[in-house]
Design a protein around this ligand. Structure first.
Ligand code: NAP
Length: 290
C-alpha cells in the first residue's frame, strides 16, 4: 500500500482563504475588525520565526496585528502588566503569549492571566476545564488542526479506534478529548507505555505527538490506518516528524508529511479562534466558529 498524503499546506491555505472572506463579512456586519495580540519575551530564534509567521498570517486574512516585544530579562510583573493592558483593550480580540518563556517566568501563572474570552491558544486552566466538560470555548490550535485535517481527508472518526501518542496539555490531552467528542474510542500513550507498537497497531487513527524523531515505524501501524504526525524536529537535512514517513507510507492508507502537514493547520486554527473570540464579544455567531 502507498498512503495518500494529506496535504496540510493546501488544506490550511483553503481554510485561510475562507477565513479572509469570513473576516471581511464580519467587519461589514459589525464594523469591528478582529485583532490578534502576540507577546514575545526574549529572542529565542524559533519563537521569533513562529511569531513572525503568526503576525503575517493574521494580517493576510484582515486581522489587526498587535505586537508586544519584551526583553529577555523582563520581569514577571512586566509580562503580567502587558497581558493586563491587552486584556483591557477592546481592539484586541485574542492574546497569544509565545512559549517557551525565558527561565524564571511562571508560564502557567502568566497564561492564566489571559481572560478566557481572549484565550485564542486555548491554554488557560479555564479553557482546559471548558474542554474537559464539553462546554463551548476556545480550543487549543494544534489539536483543532489535527481534527480539521482528518475532516478534510474525510476520515470517519465515529466509532474508530484512535491512539494519541503524547499527553501534553498543548497537544495530546486536548486532542484526546476532541477525538472523544467525535465519538472515537481513544487511547492515550506516553513515555511509560509498555510496548508502544502493540498499542498503536490497534488503531484506525494514530496521532504521533511525542516529540521523539522516528518513534513510529511501519511495525507500529495497522495496514490501512491513518497516521497524523504532529512532531517537529530540526535536522541538518531539514524538518522531520515523529513518524518514519517512507516506512509508514507503505502500510498506512493516509499520512501527513512533515513539513506541510499539521504545522500550517495550527496557524489557520489560531486565526479561526481569533475570529471566534471577536464574534463572541459582538455576539454574532459565525459559520467559521468551532
Ligand atoms: P511535550 O510537552 O514534550 O510532550 C510529549 C509527550 O510525549 C509527553 O506526554 C511524553 O510522555 C510523551 N512521550 C515522550 N517520549 C515518548 C515515547 N518514547 N513514547 C511515547 N510517548 C512519549 O511535547 P508537545 O509540546 O506535546 O509536542 C510534541 C511534539 O509536537 C514536539 O515535536 C513539538 O515540536 C510538536 N508540536 C508541533 C506543533 C505543530 O504545529 N505542528 C505544535 C505543537 C507541538 P510523558 O507525559 O510520560 O512525559
Amino acid at each position: 500500500m502507498t498512503a495518500h498524503v494529506i496535504d496540510g499546506k493546501t488544506i490550511a491555505s483553503n481554510l485561510r482563504h475562507q477565513l479572509a472572506l469570513d473576516v471581511d463579512a464580519f467587519i461589514r456586519d459589525t464594523g469591528f475588525q478582529p485583532g490578534l495580540a502576540t507577546i514575545l519575551v526574549g529572542a529565542d530564534p524559533a519563537s521569533e520565526v513562529y511569531v513572525a509567521n503568526k503576525r503575517k498570517a493574521a494580517a493576510s486574512v484582515g486581522i489587526v496585528d498587535v505586537h508586544r516585544r519584551l526583553p529577555h530579562d523582563g520581569t514577571e510583573a512586566v509580562v503580567a502588566s502587558t497581558i493586563d493592558e491587552l486584556a483591557a483593550d477592546p481592539a484586541v480580540s485574542g492574546i497569544l503569549l509565545q512559549l517557551p518563556l525565558p527561565s524564571g517566568l511562571d508560564a502557567s501563572a502568566l497564561i492564566d492571566r489571559i481572560p478566557v474570552s481572549k484565550d485564542v491558544d486555548g491554554l488557560t486552566t479555564l479553557s482546559a476545564g471548558l474542554l474537559a466538560r464539553g462546554e463551548p470555548g476556545l480550543r487549543p490550535c494544534t489539536p483543532q488542526g489535527v481534527i480539521a485535517l482528518l475532516d478534510a481527508a474525510q476520515v470517519s472518526l465515529e466509532g474508530a479506534e484512535a491512539v494519541v501518542v503524547g499527553r501534553s496539555q498543548l497537544v495530546g490531552t486536548p486532542l484526546a478529548r476532541l477525538l472523544t467528542e467525535r465519538n472515537a474510542t481513544v487511547t492515550i500513550a506516553h513515555s511509560r507505555t509498555g510496548d508502544l507498537d502493540s498499542v498503536t497497531r490497534r488503531a484506525d487513527v494514530v496521532v504521533a505527538a511525542a516529540g521523539v524523531a522516528g518513534l513510529l515505524t511501519a511495525h507500529g501501524v495497522k495496514p490501512g490506518a491513518v497516521v497524523i504526525d504532529v512532531g517537529i524536529h530540526r535536522t541538518p537535512t531539514g524538518l522531520v516528524g515523529d513518524v518514519v514517513f517512507d516506512d509508514v507510507a507503505t502500510v498506512a492508507s493516509a499520512i501527513t508529511p512533515v513539513p506541510g502537514g499539521v504545522g500550517p493547520m495550527t496557524i489557520a486554527m489560531l486565526l479561526r479562534n481569533t475570529l471566534s473570540a471577536a464574534a463572541r464579544v459582538t455576539a454574532r455567531p459565525l459559520n467559521a466558529a468551532p
